[in-house]
Design a protein around this ligand. Sequence first.
Ligand SMILES: *Cc1c(COP(=O)(O)O)cnc(C)c1O
Length: 396
Amino acid sequence: MSTTEPARKPRGRQFFANPGPTNIPDSVLLATAHQTVDFNDPNFIAVYEACVAGLKRVLKTQQEIFLYTGSGHAAWEASLVNLLSPGDRILILESGYFSLSWAAMAQDLGLAVQSVAADWRRGVDLAALREALAADKGHGIKAVCVVHNETATGMMIPLPEVRAALDATGHPALFLADTISSLGSLDFRMDEWGIDACVGGSQKGLMLPTGMSFTGVSAKGMAAHAASTLPKHYFNWTNMLKRPHRSFVGTIPVSLFYGLQESLRLIEQEEGLENVFARHTRLAKAVRAAVQHWSGNNGPQLFCLNPARYSDSVTAILMPEGYDADALRAVALQKFNLSLGGGLGPLGGKVFRIGHLGDLNEPMILGTLATVELAMKTAGVPHTPGGVQAAIEALA
Ligand SMILES: *Cc1c(COP(=O)(O)O)cnc(C)c1O
């Protein structure tokens, strides 16, 4: 066999602790292995409609939903081009790499981007959001964009407080939320929280392969869409509403729907959405307990310094000064076949991430933590040994 892949431990399973894409449950993987069917076949349409209804339940919305063949970036773009017009001003709450990427996309699309700056380790001050909204007397800000769960830093922004800031200032801006790494892992309620457009993807909490994303849209969002003039075709919601599936301009990725049908069954029937959230909370606490234990003796520490905003779907871990996160990740991968997330943007080499969303249980988390500790010892990274015991105490 000719391969350029580095040699890895050949036996056992790879432990995959990335915050997205995530592990795919075996039953979902099998469900996606479906022979081609015509997407207008009534049997498929029944599956499709059940999936759309299920997605709406998980989003906690009874409003419109539009789906695209494309990763989360596609739904980001769809949310902007369908709601806004050239030169419109939007306000983005800075949270980390993903908020910056959404802002860069908006800029490239011809929008004027204003941001509420934030300390990435403590999170945005929502008083600053209220001030920015109150200062905008002429209501030039057309949309407020928030990444619910900043996957790069392991921090969650409380969306009800963002809604409260809009309400308190009587500001009419649309409320856009990215739920790509929170949906199906953390509590998310589109309608109750007054979100006008939310953006989700297939390969994180929904435990599917990458390749499909979607946007939920409120009635207020649909009214804004009718007035929006940014160029769009593949993503155009008006075009979609004319199609039999009310989504997808072009071929529908049918195999992902067979997978989605099974993942919704796992989430809603086999486990229950509230139990899914509780499991994420439990496993996240164990991960944080281990990291907090390691942090003694100049060990790595939690990147997020705001306990009220800890993310229960991903933990970012800051390396001690002078130690490279990517070198540690390389040891974990090449010696022990553990795949960890890397630092994104300016956090490259400084941070590594343990994803704990999707199809995970206690043994997978404990195995991951034990192997991180083994990799730190192997790579000579300072830490206080015994993080796994701290995780066990948190779980027991
Ligand atoms: C993964 C992610 C994205 C990007 O989605 P892709 O599917 O990689 O295009 C956007 N926002 C957040 C919060 C994410 O975690």
